[in-house]
Design a binder for this molecule. Structure first.
Ligand code: GLV
Ligand code: MN
Ligand code: MN
Ligand code: MN
Length: 399
């Protein structure tokens, strides 16, 4: 029976990013497809029945006669240069939990399902939790299929190339309706458990969060031949907005605003850009605070653009309101596992499912507190404790 760390060692072979450090595994690209194949093979080895849905999510079923299935899973895609655990830990822990139950001869009364969701990070098509969003009907298929990656490939094209029929994209009428409870195990993306000196936690809430694109447009021109007072340089308002984002977020209660991605076009050292796209990731405890920050930044962006003779357009790329995980389930999980509750600022497929299905989340201690970066970590013993806890939950809920 392999440990979570042993299964993670399999996954580590795939998608190492030598340039950025960490791992880059984008949905429906070679590395992510390789990991999907790995998962399908692992599921088949355990006698699970693999059933892909129409959205690129993969379900693996342990059948049982009863209704009200119990599902668990996470994702195999990553952010650019991401850590080893965000996503894969939930997938390998699910496999390990099944191993534990099989080893003790457990026979579930309710079906159990393991699931791998597609494009959780939004690292390729810009919208996070796309697979779970499509499956739950939170994201419209027409909109999703038209999304394009940096190279101009649409989601529909990427799906087709990966052998997933985009015509079938949309609400999942096969797998999800069977699920009565969902639980996702995830590496913690902060130091909450490390501070408490506890290996495991239970998620209480997720911050409201979204992504917005500011497109500044000016006049592309020659870096040497254009006097300073004759420029309309969109890089100027864009760069000033980066510090405005930090200042604005600091005025709200425990809010976050990040610019982690910026794209000047055409992007040449001796070229004044013609346009600059800047992506804002904003998160706060309430919808009002999150939207309030973005609104303030829109006004600032307009003023900064005008000062430089530029224009700016804002578009919302994704949004998810505050999630408060199911109260009775939280109580049950904290009691069952003697684990503390903690909130998170990170988005998860479990947050999307929580709107439809009673859902809980388990966190495994991350001693560095770092995530979305190569320094993300979880000790093997804590990963074992996580898989054991997940087995406990699946056993209890599927009885
Ligand atoms: C996904 O991990 C997110 O919260 O951005
Ligand atoms: Mn992530
Ligand atoms: Mn994740
Ligand atoms: Mn996430």
């Amino acid at each position: 029976m392999p440990s979570p760390s042993e299964l993670l060692a399999d996954i580590r072979r795939v998608g190492r990013d030598r340039e950025r450090g960490g791992y880059s595994r984008h949905v429906f690209e070679r590395c992510e497809l390789e990991l999907r194949e790995w998962f399908v093979e692992q599921a088949a080895r355990r006698g699970l029945e693999v059933l892909p849905d129409g959205n690129g999510n993969i379900w693996a079923w342990w059948p049982a006669p009863g209704d009200g299935a119990v599902a668990t899973g996470s994702h195999l895609d990553s952010v650019p240069g991401g850590g080893e655990f965000d996503g894969p830990l939930g997938v390998v822990s699910a496999l390990c939990a099944v191993d534990r139950l099989r080893a003790e001869g457990f026979r579930p009364r309710r079906p159990l399902a393991l699931v791998v969701f597609a494009e959780e990070e939004g690292g390729r098509f810009g919208v996070p939790c796309l697979g779970s969003g499509l499956a739950t009907g939170t994201v419209a298929p027409e909109r999703a299929l038209a999304l394009r990656d940096e190279s101009g490939t649409s989601l529909a094209e990427a799906m087709r190339a990966a052998g997933v029929d985009p015509e079938r994209a949309g609400p999942d009428r096969t797998n999800l309706p069977r699920v009565a409870r969902f639980v996702e195990l995830h590496v913690e993306q902060g130091r909450g458990l490390a501070h408490r000196q506890r290996p495991l936690g239970v998620a209480s809430t997720i911050l409201a969060h979204g992504r917005w694109r500011f497109r500044f447009t000016g006049q592309g021109n020659h870096a040497g031949a254009t006097p300073l007072d004759d420029r309309r340089d969109p890089m100027l308002p864009a760069s000033l907005l980066v510090s405005e984002a930090r200042r604005t977020a600091a005025r709200y209660d425990d809010a976050r605003a990040t610019v982690g991605r910026i794209r000047p076009v055409p992007s040449g050292t001796n070229v004044i850009a013609a346009s600059v796209d800047l992506w804002l990731d904003a998160r706060a405890h309430s919808d009002a605070d999150t939207r309030g920050m973005v609104e303030e930044l829109r006004h600032r962006a307009e003023a900064l653009a005008a000062e430089e003779g530029c224009a700016v357009r804002l578009s919302e790329e994704s949004y998810s309101d505050t999630v408060s995980f199911d109260g009775p389930l939280r109580d049950e999980l904290t009691g069952m596992l003697a684990a503390p509750e903690l909130p998170t600022g990170a988005g998860h497929d479990a947050g999307v499912l929580a709107a439809r299905i009673p859902t809980g989340m388990l966190f495994v201690r991350n001693p560095t507190g770092v995530s979305h970066a190569p320094e993300e970590h979880a000790e093997p013993a804590d990963c074992d404790a996580g898989a054991e806890a997940l087995a406990t939950v699946l056993r209890r809920w599927s009885r």
